[in-house]
Every structure is written in C-alpha cells, then in structure tokens.
Design a protein around this ligand. Structure first.
Ligand code: KG4
Ligand code: ZN
Length: 366
C-alpha cells in the first residue's frame, strides 16, 4: 500500500555540511530542489566544524523548505509524506533536519520516513529516467565521498549487504588531506584534480594499498603518508608548481587504480551472490566527479561485463532529492517511522533490514 497515496513527498538533508530540501512528485519527478552549501563557513578551518554546521542548518533549513514548497506550488496539506535524513552523520545537523521533518509531519498529519543517508545514495540510481532501462534490484553500489567509502550489494529497499569498505580514510578524505599537503584550499578534491591535469602521473611511484588483496576493503592512509614523506623531502616552504602538479597526478592515479581494483573485486563478489544477473555498478559520492576515477571505473566495469551508472554530480553529492526519493520508495512499501525515532550518528546500512511498518498518524481535523 502506498502510504503517500501517489502524492508529492518533501525531503530534507542535513547530515553533514549541505543543507538541502526537495519536493518530488509521487512518480519521482523533481518538482523543486535546493541545496545551500556551507563550504565557505567551514573552509577557514580546513574541514567541517560540527557546531557551525548545526547552527547553519538551523538558520538555512526553514527558508529552503519554504522555497521548495513555493517553487513546487504546494502547501503541506498537498503532500503525501515527509522524509528526513536521520543518520548516519553529525548529530547536531541530524537533530535539526529530522525534528523539522517530524514537526511538519505532525502538524500536517503526514507519514514520516526516517531516511538512512547511505540508503538514499544507494537508491538514487532508481530515480525514473536516470539510468537507461532503470536500475532494478540487485545492483552494486560504490560510495566514494568525503565521509564514506564502501561497496554495497543493493538488493532491495532496506536490504543492503556491505561487501567491503575502508579500514581508515574515505577516498574523499584522502583527496582532502593530500590537497592540504599540497597547499590547496578545502575541500581539496576538485582543486587537486585541476592541479593534476598539468602533472605527470608517472614521476612519483606511489603505493597502491590493497591492490589485488582478496575482498573489497580499501585503505588510503599509507598512500597519504607516502605523499607526505615525498613532500617533506622537498623541504619546507612552497612546492614548485611542477612538483606539486606531478605529486597531485601521481596521487590521483594511485587512488583511481585502487578504486578500480577494489571495484573489480566487488563485481566478482556480487557476481557470486547473484549469478546470472546483468551487473550494474552505480557510483555515488563527491569523488565520482573525478575524471580519472570515472575513466578507471569505466575500464573496470567493461572488463567485468558490468554496466556503469554515474548520476549527474548534483545527485552524486549530498542532496535532498535522494532523501525524498527514498521516502517515496519506502512509503510505496508501506514503510513509515514513528515520530519518536531517534537520530543516529552511526547507522550502518546492514542494520536497516528491521524497518517497521507502523500506521501513519491520523490527519488532524480540517
Ligand atoms: O559526497 P560529498 O559531496 O560529501 C560527503 O562527503 O558526503 O563528497 C565530498 C568529497 C570531498 O572529500 C571532496 O574533496 C571530494 O568529494 N570531491 C572530489 C572531487 N569533487 C569532490 N574528489 C576528487 N575529485 C573531484 N573532482
Ligand atoms: Zn553523502
């Protein structure tokens, strides 16, 4: 039973440093979507400051929600449900976003969906029209962002199997830390990619951690240390532009090679779990914007006979469209959460299976 009754769903995202709201029609069409990046507030500190993030979400979210409702030309009474990210992430932001979502659901008598941020990234590929031919379950997800780095078999709503993940840094975190070593501003991924474009990836032979190792775990801290040691060899002070570009290119090539190798192992593991299924690798997270990474993953999927789906960058990075869409998918299955559901800073994907189907709250008298 579709608890949203085919009506539009409001989504709210506030788990890290993007404040976002979106309204999707019941069939998944995007009616309105806004994202306010807090990058400028955190950049002076070289990373996300949780307290600043929480206060910014509190200041920005009401205007964003009002904005998407106005753009969609809807009032809360027109909605079929409200979905908000409830974990994993920074607790302050999670409290702000989920409480706002619950407040709207309570006031308008709508079902509330507590969305797992990782499931939202995982289900994005199923947005109508995104992947040619659709993305039927099961498929393989490679999530490579600033906070997450894992391979997941996406087998159904609430049914995800983590095949492997990083044992230390996330891929985006490694980009950010190495960018800092090279004197680039935070967040460093995009700046590092631009610098690497002029560099020689073969000049520095950096290690490729985990390459060929069984399973599909990742590790980036050794690679980061190798870059740090090389930077130190050039002595204190600013690096010559030529050297910085070669370091950036060498590091990026190592990350791309590692991601492709690990994804290759994940594809083999997926194939063993799901023999006979036409394989599809879906990539999500900010690092998916990287051209060298995309090219390496393109070669790896071709070698394994998998299709490759990389959603547009705006849907790969944190956004509220994916949250509203996850709300739609869950409401279609009759899955709704109680209003006393608690935000969870840690919420592994494979703990999702037990989602309870509870009746929606009654609509208040008109
Ligand atoms: O998914 P995302 O926007 O936010 C979360 O971390 O959840 O990912 C941001 C991460 C940052 O670490 C950023 O440096 C990295 O993605 N990133 C990139 C590129 N664009 C963003 N890394 C490498 N190359 C890029 N072009
Ligand atoms: Zn994310």
């Amino acid at each position: 039973m579709d608890l949203a009754g085919g009506r539009p769903v409001l989504g709210i995202e506030s788990s890290c440093d993007e404040t976002a709201a979106a309204v999707l029609a019941g069939d998944g069409r995007i009616l309105a979507a806004l994202v306010a990046s807090q990058e400028a507030s955190h950049a002076p500190f070289g990373g996300v400051v949780p307290e600043i993030a929480a206060r910014a979400h509190l200041a920005l979210l009401p205007g964003l929600v009002r904005g998407v409702m106005d753009q969609a030309g809807l009032g809360f009474a027109d909605l079929g449900g409200v979905a908000a990210t409830t974990g994993p992430g920074l607790i302050g932001g999670l409290i702000v976003g989920s409480q706002m979502g619950k407040g709207i659901a309570l006031a308008a008598g709508l079902p509330f969906v507590a969305v797992n941020h990782l499931e939202a990234h995982a289900l994005t590929a199923r947005l109508p029209g995104l992947v040619p031919g659709g993305a039927p379950f099961p498929y393989l997800l490679l999530l490579i962002s600033g906070g997450h780095c894992q391979c997941v078999a996406v087998e159904g709503v609430g049914r995800h199997v983590r095949l492997g993940g990083t044992v230390d840094d996330a891929a985006g975190e490694a980009f950010d830390k190495v960018a800092k070593l090279l004197g680039l501003p935070w967040p460093g991924g995009p700046a590092l990619e631009r610098l690497a474009a002029a560099g020689d990836p073969a000049r520095f032979a950096f290690p490729r951690p985990m390459l060929g190792r069984a399973g599909c775990d990742f590790s980036f801290s050794g690679l980061k240390t190798a870059v740090a040691q090389t930077v130190a060899r050039f002595g204190a002070g600013a690096l010559e532009p030529r050297v910085a570009a070669d370091l950036a290119a060498g590091f990026q090539a190592a990350v791309a090679a590692v991601l492709a190798d690990r994804a290759g192992h994940a594809m083999a593991m997926f194939g063993e779990r799901h023999p006979g299924v036409a394989g599809l690798l879906v990539v999500a997270g900010g690092v998916a914007a990287n051209g060298a990474v995309r090219a390496a993953l393109g070669a790896a999927t071709a070698a394994h006979g998998f299709g490759l789906a990389v959603p547009p960058v705006a849907l790969c990075t944190d956004n509220a469209v994916m949250v509203a869409w996850t709300g739609i998918e869950r409401l279609r299955l009759g899955l709704v959460d109680a209003l006393d559901v608690a935000p969870r800073p840690r919420w592994p994907l494979d703990e999702l299976a037990g989602a309870v189907a509870a009746p929606p709250p009654p609509r208040p008298p008109a």
